[in-house]
Write a protein that binds this ligand. Structure first.
Ligand SMILES: [Zn+2]
Length: 178
């Protein structure tokens, strides 16, 4: 197994069918192939800078390995057009002169529950643009599905226990639909 195979894994949508159906007609994310694409997207969608000075957006890494972004209120499964992804999360852009830089980036997506290791696919997509990045997720999220009740849990403070039924959560990623 080479490095690429080891670190690239496709994530299928793991969230509720209701959400997937509800967003079926939403616009999919914009594929980012250059820095200009980011500027164009921010301008054309009237993205506003929040109180902290950031433009926050939803992102996925699509089947072609590109970064795709959408409005922060978009579900990741809408951003991906319903397709599996190599990673997903949130990006906080900060303006610098005429460009936008990454201030924060996370794997926070309860739709796909990607692992922190999915950073490898993210870094490849960012290098392709090319866009400077922090070298890792600045915020890591760990998701596990409860084997007893099926609840998708966000593991906090390394406490691998289901928030609903207190069952111990597995150490290995298991968020695919049962
Ligand atoms: Zn449970």
């Amino acid at each position: 197994m080479n490095m690429i195979e080891k670190h690239t894994k496709l994530y299928n949508y793991a969230g509720s069918k209701e959400i997937k159906n509800a967003v079926a007609n939403y616009p999919i994310g914009i594929q980012i192939q250059s820095k200009q694409d980011i500027n164009n997207w921010i301008y054309s969608t009237n993205q506003g800078i929040d109180n902290s000075g950031f433009i926050i957006c939803t992102f996925v890494i699509d089947l072609e390995g590109y970064l795709c972004i959408a409005d922060r209120h978009s579900e990741h499964v809408a951003c991906s057009g319903g397709n599996p992804v190599f990673s997903a999360g949130e990006i906080f852009f900060v303006p610098n002169k005429n460009e936008y830089e990454i201030a924060e980036i996370s794997n926070q997506s309860t739709g796909f529950c990607p692992e922190p290791d999915s950073w490898f696919s993210v870094s490849q997509a960012l290098d392709r643009i090319p866009l400077n990045h922090p070298g890792e997720f600045t915020m890591n999220f760990i998701f596990r599905r409860c084997v007893k009740c099926g609840l998708l849990n966000l593991v906090k403070e390394n406490l691998f226990v289901c928030a609903d039924c207190n069952t111990e959560l597995p150490k290995n990623w298991n968020c695919n639909l049962p």
